[in-house]
Write a protein that binds this ligand. Structure first.
Ligand code: CTP
Length: 396
């Protein structure tokens, strides 16, 4: 049911596993999806377009133009039409072209124009799969937000046994089904997320800031977006990119700007996750000109910033409100006090005493405390996995 009327672009490249793409296309069609095949020229050496168009009921697209009448095939239209693009099998050569934007065939131009999520099922010999060039290309593709369906281990076309075999069509099909199911779990939700540090200006060239990288908040934004939520991400100064089209990003610099943007967005939200490391203080008077060195001691008067979490806690209607606490001592009792003071439903605690947790790292180790007094501890994980755990916990 979940695939009913879904538009799937199935890319096929020149691998012996291309024959399995016919079974995959058939599974999609039987589940009610519309399938448009896009093949590379070498894909056609392994399976004929006639077989595939008979299965899908649509002409296979492979060239930029139809030779006899000059009709142009629009990769841009395909990019807009699709709910999902899946390249199965994807050869080492296609992975390299996708990673580097080498648009010399219709499949790559379609990929580059794609507005929908992209899944990739690599297929190649084990040495090719293990080569650093393939590893690097796969990492690059992951960094673009593409989903890699890892190849299985087994006997390869070369009769060598190892990792490189394209995953079986039934498994890929299940993967696609659970992907669409997951996309719906938060589909009606609007979620506000604050992320990153804030910079409080001292003079035109200096600021008070902190080491927050924004990685945790961005991972949360991507996780919510991948489950179909509409995310408003209010980000302090960070050097991170957002990938999902479901994320509306508002860049701010100071706590004051983050406060204004959050308070404006909050009333229409279903939930807010406050992950930003907001500066607690700002300088009372910003210098208009660069402050000169005098050699004497210098005093700077700091005044408190507004507390976004506490403000949203007061404004809260039916929204779910989640905060973070980064503590160095009396972690749990400090976190509980914060949750109560700010009227939060959950607080995610990380301790600077845990190695690999907190600012700058790609990993985090958290506990989630709820206002009902429950506590769940998680081991050290990547921030992407931590985001997965947090979202599972707060929306279950
Ligand atoms: N927070 C906020 N606005 C602020 C300060 C904090 O929204 N001006 C949010 C953070 O995003 C986090 C939670 O409040 O979700 C707790 O942040 P933290 O800095 O640990 O709390 P503080 O109240 O500032 O307490 P502390 O004295 O430990 O700094």
């Amino acid at each position: 049911m979940i695939l009913e009327n879904k538009h799937i672009v199935l890319g096929i490249t020149g691998s012996i596993a291309a024959y399995k793409a016919a079974s995959l296309a058939r599974l999609f069609i039987k589940a009610g999806a519309e399938v448009q095949i896009v093949m590379t020229p070498s894909g056609k050496e392994f399976i004929t377009p006639v077989t595939l168009s008979a299965l899908t009921g649509k002409p296979v697209v492979s060239e930029f133009f139809t030779a006899n009448d000059g009709t142009w095939h629009s990769h841009v239209d395909l990019g807009l039409w699709a709910d999902l693009m899946i390249i199965a099998p994807a050869t080492a050569s296609t992975l390299g072209k996708m990673a580097n934007g080498i648009a010399d065939n219709m499949l790559i131009t379609t990929y580059l124009s794609m507005k929908a999520p992209v899944m990739i099922a690599p297929a190649m010999d084990l040495d090719m799969f293990a080569h650093p060039s393939t590893t690097r290309n796969i990492e690059m593709l992951k960094s673009y937000g593409n989903i890699i369906i890892e190849p299985a281990s087994g006997e390869l076309a070369s009769h060598i046994v190892g990792k490189g075999r394209m995953e079986e069509p039934e498994k890929i099909f299940e993967y696609v089904v659970s992907f669409f199911e997951k996309q719906q779990t938060l589909s009606k939700k609007k979620i506000l997320i604050t992320a990153g540090p804030t910079y409080e200006k001292i003079d035109p060239v200096r600021f008070i800031g902190n080491y927050s990288s924004g990685k945790m908040g961005f991972a949360l934004a991507e996780e919510c977006a991948s489950r179909g939520a509409k995310v408003t991400l209010i980000a302090g100064p960070v050097s991170l990119e957002t990938k999902s089209p479901n994320i509306h990003r508002i860049d701010v610099e100071s706590a004051e700007e983050m406060f204004e943007a959050s308070v404006e967005a909050f009333p229409s939200m279903d939930a807010a996750i406050l992950c930003a490391a907001v500066a607690d203080y700002k300088v009372k008077e910003q210098a208009k000109e660069k402050i000169k060195r005098t050699g004497d001691e210098m005093n700077m008067l700091l005044i408190p910033n507004k507390d976004i979490a506490a403000q949203l806690g007061q404004m809260k209607n039916k929204q779910l409100l989640v905060g973070f606490a980064l503590e160095t001592n009396d972690e749990e009792s400090n976190a509980i006090k914060k949750m109560e003071k700010k009227n939060l439903d959950f607080i995610v605690l990380n301790s600077l005493n845990d190695t690999g947790a907190g600012f700058q790292h790609d990993t985090n180790k958290i506990s989630i405390l709820s206002k009902n007094g429950e506590k769940e501890d998680f081991p050290l994980k990547s921030k992407k996995e931590v985001a997965f755990d947090i979202i599972n916990r707060i929306f279950n």
